[in-house]
Design a protein around this ligand. Structure first.
Ligand code: MN
Length: 132
């Protein structure tokens, strides 16, 4: 199958607005670009608005993440790394991780995961503004 891009994105794909929960995640939307019962993996696009962030979490499934737009930081364990378009990030099984958009730029990432996966464990109240 081919899902055509529209308007520099995928305007026909529903966008889930995550409920904002300060301390866990803020200003994140998700579009499921590919998911099929015939496939072992799924591909999602997350957009994190400027200043927003994903939850600090851990799970046994892996992520392969590719930055498509904008810039920000990723936390892997206790280390923060600057990231921008076309960077590729592998989150290993059990590795604590969190994505954060820059204050002046949104961060758009593709995330490939196993279709069958364990639920994330949220890691405390480790708000990103306490670690910078
Ligand atoms: Mn994750």
């Amino acid at each position: 199958m081919i899902k055509r891009a529209q308007d520099s994105g995928w305007s026909t794909v529903p966008e889930d607005q995550y409920k904002n929960e300060p301390g866990t995640w803020m200003d994140v939307t998700r579009q499921v670009l590919f998911s099929s019962s015939n496939s072992a993996f799924e591909t999602r696009y997350f957009n994190i608005a400027a200043g927003g962030y994903s939850s600090f979490e851990r799970h046994q499934h892996e992520h392969c993440v590719i930055v498509l737009d904008g810039s920000g930081r990723v936390r892997l364990g206790n280390e923060w790394h600057e990231i921008s378009a076309r960077d590729v990030i592998h989150v290993e099984p059990g590795q604590p991780h969190q994505f954060l958009a820059d204050s002046a730029s949104s961060l758009g990432i593709l995330c490939i995961v196993n279709r069958d996966r364990d639920r994330p464990e949220l890691l405390g109240n480790d708000s990103p503004d306490r670690t910078s």
